[in-house]
Design a protein around this ligand. Sequence first.
Ligand code: UDX
Length: 435
Amino acid sequence: MTQQCSVVGAGYVGLSTAAMLVEFGFDVQLIEIDEERVDLLNSGRLPIREPGLADAFARGRAQDRLRCVPPSRASLEPTLAFACVGTPMWHTGDADLSQLESVVDMFHTNTSRTIMVIKSTVPPSTNRMLSDRYPSLRFVSNPEFLRQGSAVRDTLNPDRVILGSNDAEAMATVRKIYQPLADQGIPIIETSPESAELIKYSANALLGIKVAFINEVADLCEAVGADVDDVAAGIGLDPRIGNQFLKAGPGFGGSCFPKDTAALVSSAKRLGSPVTIVDAAARANIRRRASLAHRVVNLVGRQYSDATVGVLGLTFKAGTDDLRESPAVDLTNELADHGVTVTAFDPAVETHPEGVDSRVRVAPDELSVAMGADAVVVATEWGQFSDLDWTKIAESMRGRIVVDYRNIVDRDKVVAAGLELHQVGKPPATPSDPG
Ligand code: UDX
């Protein structure tokens, strides 16, 4: 008989987990509180853009092994439930566990002995706190490491699977689910819940530290006339350092890094064991994101209210349509707040998105963004921005400034078009000095 399970939360983690479980042969009930999202999914459409997700869902639906329901219509019979709900950030930096608590409440009041697999990112000791509070349920921490833009691939081919529980039987049941991945040689680490929870936070914190670090090195490069991409390449060849997450840019964003670093800082402080290095990285990142607009206007050399700026990219990184905690949105809103006329284009954004200042005009293409602009700013690393026709862009612009916060544009082409290029952690390039 096909084994049944529930996945709660139809966001990036829940949708990818559901896709994985269908792939592993489960019959999946996807429980989602937002009824509009339920209807959308049941009509065969997806609320997010992720490669491979549409195919996985189409297969699940065609085999009648995947359906989406609101909590009021959920069956509480499956004794296996994956909690994939959000753990957003309170203003204190702490993780808000209310969504997770209501999921646990739902299963606690209706069935017993359900294994709750916690995929949501939660602070250390959450598993223990829930196990104490809900003795009828069994908890296994199983943090998710997927990246947006490759969520399905990352879920089906993770670097590792982490399982943390004090309940050996529940751990063994969940371990069995991951056998197909173990068979492919993917390491499965079985540990305590606290260690599992800390593995997730430490991984994201260390990656955030790497990004914050290289961004400060980029500032130093600008001060001494060095090139941060060369520095990153030079240090990244040391295998103890590794070459990933050393791309200097506008600062880290997205739904995970800012929130997880803040939550780790806050929990560690409460536990009397502060993580000062993570704290410093998080603060450096906030400062960096807050400085993006000011730097552009300084370069333009006009008052804010006289300046016109075109922004290329709004999403927090390329390959996703997610604007949460996006440095590009910070930049755009900050400019608009100061009275700058701003036009923005993003290939993943069609209508004026929520969270982007209403005074910002969202344009249909790159050339419309350049029209009359004093400066054009590359804020997201979409591939198409690395291959623009800078001569046409220069003809449309009023000013000469290009700011590339992602270091992706072709330096020679920008300068050949008569424009002045400012990248991150590199000496500026001007038409008379193609450098
Ligand atoms: C991240 C983690 O990678 C993933 O394991 C975790 O589960 C969720 O958080 P994601 O938020 O999708 O995934 O984005 P990621 O690709 O990791 O990038 C995070 C941020 O760091 C982005 O704003 C990105 O632009 C920035 N970044 C990343 C850099 O500025 N430089 C880099 O070298 C790498």
